[in-house]
Design a protein around this ligand. Structure first.
Ligand code: FMN
Length: 363
């Protein structure tokens, strides 16, 4: 049972984070998605990182309104129910994480009919909201007519969103996630308008072009310009690592909705602190999170435990731990990560962290 009560802490080691702190989403039982005038925080889809175990862990900690799965790519054939159940195991649980956080399923593809058919299968299997990816910069994805390459074709964005919108029951929201453009950031205006015309209920905008990759900074101003022009809610995304960033992003965009990616992985209490800042929940969490092995040990242990409960293989679990800590170490303040890289089993990772924690206690 992963669900925890308000202000309960992760077992072991006297960990300092309060988990699932007063989250109205979990308390009300209703799926909030994005609504105008209601602030929200969304956990970013991150292929190979924010998978079901990570979604389970971060939703135990709390602060998010909902999360989005990594993309499921729709290319030659339409995936069957089993592919969706494997990709989004939460469909067996009302499309919520074990802690009760709603999960939105993300699809990626360039063929409107196939993506629409896939969306219908997703909903038949249990998805309750669908997001469409128009931002992935990976060359293999782009070469196969998916992700950011569609930013060069606004009419196709409209057609894909519209086909999915038409295929699904009205109560299932469809949203789109865009970058500012392929190379030209001004393309966001026509692309956002096309997605809205196609029937997107809201848009998430990552404030960078495909060519800008993940290099800082993210450009938030154009996100605000789109929000001011379009009549649908906009979720601002990119380079939010602290409460100060949320404030600056809110000032520059006028947005009330934010998506957190790498920041939430590097500072696992950031969403809780941000939720308090936005008036979503009460919490005493700090946006900063310790950088020492002692501070990371309970979280890593819990993540490994969740992976085990979800039948992830030891190899995959270790790979996911390393991927997470690599992102967490974005500022180079976790030099001990170098020695974690050499660990080969979950037990080895934990034993090594315990040993490191013993010689370098929490700051
Ligand atoms: C490793 C990795 C995987 C990602 N996978 C996806 C994905 O599956 N779908 C998607 O829409 N965006 C994906 N993204 C983009 C993130 O959702 C987000 O837009 C980006 O990281 C910027 O937000 P951040 O600065 O808060 O991390 C990915 C990003 C990273 C770093």
């Amino acid at each position: 049972m992963l669900k925890r009560r308000v202000n309960e802490t992760v077992p072991g080691e006297g960990n300092r984070i309060a988990v699932a702190a007063h989250n109205p989403v979990m308390a009300s039982g209703s799926a909030p998605w994005i609504k105008a005038g209601v602030p929200a925080l969304v956990l970013a889809p991150m292929d190979g990182v924010t998978d079901a175990p990570m979604r389970a862990l971060l939703s135990e900690i709390g602060g998010f309104s909902f999360c989005v799965t990594e993309f499921l790519r729709i290319s030659h054939s339409v995936p069957g129910p089993r592919a969706f159940r494997d990709h989004t195991p939460e469909v067996a649980n009302g499309c919520r994480t074990p802690a009760g956080l709603p999960v939105q399923v993300q699809l990626l593809g360039g063929d409107p009919d196939k993506v629409a058919q896939a969306a219908l299968v997703a909903v038949q299997v249990g998805a309750r909201a669908v997001d469409l990816n128009f931002g992935c910069p990976a060359p293999t994805v782009n070469r196969h007519d998916g992700g950011a390459v569609l930013l060069n074709h606004p009419a196709r964005i409209r057609a894909i969103v519209s086909a999915v919108r038409t295929a699904l029951p009205r109560q299932v929201p469809v949203s789109a996630k865009l970058r500012l453009g392929w190379e030209n950031p001004d393309a966001i205006h026509v692309n956002a308008e096309s997605a809205a015309e196609g029937g997107a209920a809201w848009l998430t905008i990552h404030g960078r072009t495909k060519s800008q990759g993940y290099r800082p900074p993210a450009y938030w101003m154009p996100i605000g310009a789109v929000r001011a022009r379009l009549g649908i809610p906009i979720v601002a995304n990119g380079e939010i690592w602290s409460i100060e960033d949320i404030r600056r992003c809110r000032d520059q965009t006028g947005c009330q909705h934010f998506m957190l990616g790498r920041g939430a992985l590097a500072y696992p209490t950031l969403a809780l602190a941000a939720a308090r800042e936005l008036g979503i929940c009460r919490s005493a969490a700090k946006d900063r999170f310790g950088r020492t092995p002692a501070e990371w040990l309970p979280l890593v242990k819990r993540f490994i435990e969740i992976n085990g409960a979800m039948s992830a293989s030891p190899r995959c679990t270790v790979a996911r731990v390393k991927q997470w800590l690599r992102i967490a170490n974005h500022d180079g303040q976790m030099p001990w990560f170098e020695s974690i890289k050499r660990r080969e089993s979950p037990e080895d990772v934990v034993d090594h962290l315990v040993a490191l924690a013993a010689i370098s206690p929490a700051s």
